[in-house]
Design a protein around this ligand. Structure first.
Ligand SMILES: N[C@@H](CCC(=O)N[C@@H](CS)C(=O)NCC(=O)O)C(=O)O
Length: 216
């Protein structure tokens, strides 16, 4: 397998964690988002949207969108499962994941930041306010569920890792490490984050531990 991604990319982080949890290896191919390499024709032939990640398996057509890739990995390598068995539990886990992937993360990706800077001419301080505000909002929404719902356990849903945890951790990395958010108001989220970080799959996948981080 080949994983097209970038060390700083939170969506690529999600796929790195899932691969590690499943005990799978993929050769990383770095697409430098800071240099704009995602817009080059060579990469757009892999992913026409010009975003990472993309996963190539057995020379088949590239897989795209981190959630679709996570579910593909879960379906093709069922152990350990990343979704609960029961439909209600699956809906809860997918819902938590989508707060991050569908509502939170899209507001802070490079193309949004570039648009705010180049088209809207917003200064850096204003752009940073946007990034921090929406990063934290997604975590607060997740907290609203985790803090009051009995399904919450050591992790987001019971005592085993699910795709909700993978997404939660990716969002915390952005909020805390990239945008300096004050995360003291999301204690349950941070408790789950700390639990996840005890696992090598989460820790080894951290952005700063990737080989393409060295050049930056
Ligand atoms: N919903 C997509 C998000 C993909 C995405 O936006 N990735 C970012 C990096 S985390 C990217 O490649 N952005 C390039 C850009 O915005 O120009 C997923 O989860 O895979």
């Amino acid at each position: 397998m080949k994983l097209y991604g970038f060390w700083r990319s939170l969506a690529t982080y999600r796929v790195r964690v899932a691969l590690a949890l499943k005990g799978l290896d993929a050769d990383p191919v770095s697409i430098d988002l800071l240099k704009g390499n995602q817009h080059e024709a060579a990469y757009k032939s892999i992913n026409p949207q010009g975003v990472v990640p993309a996963l190539v398996v057995d020379d088949g057509p590239p897989l795209f969108q981190s959630m679709a890739i996570l579910e593909y990995l879960d379906e093709t390598h069922p152990l350990p499962p990343l979704l609960p068995k029961d439909p209600r539990g699956r809906a809860r886990v997918r819902g938590l994941a989508q707060i991050v992937v569908s509502d939170g993360h899209p507001l802070i990706v490079p193309r949004i930041r570039v648009y705010m800077e180049k088209e809207l001419k917003l200064d850096e301080a204003t752009r940073n306010r946007w990034l921090a505000h929406w990063s934290l909002k997604a975590l607060e929404a997740v907290e609203g569920h985790l803090a009051k719902e009995p399904e919450t356990g050591r992790y987001c849903h019971g005592d085993t890792v699910t795709i909700a945890d993978i997404c939660l951790v990716s969002q915390v990395i952005g909020a805390k490490n990239y945008f300096n958010c004050d995360v003291s108001g999301v204690p349950t989220v941070m408790r789950v984050f700390d639990e996840c970080m005890k696992l090598s799959a989460f820790d080894d996948a951290l952005p700063q531990k990737q080989s393409d981080a060295q050049a930056h």
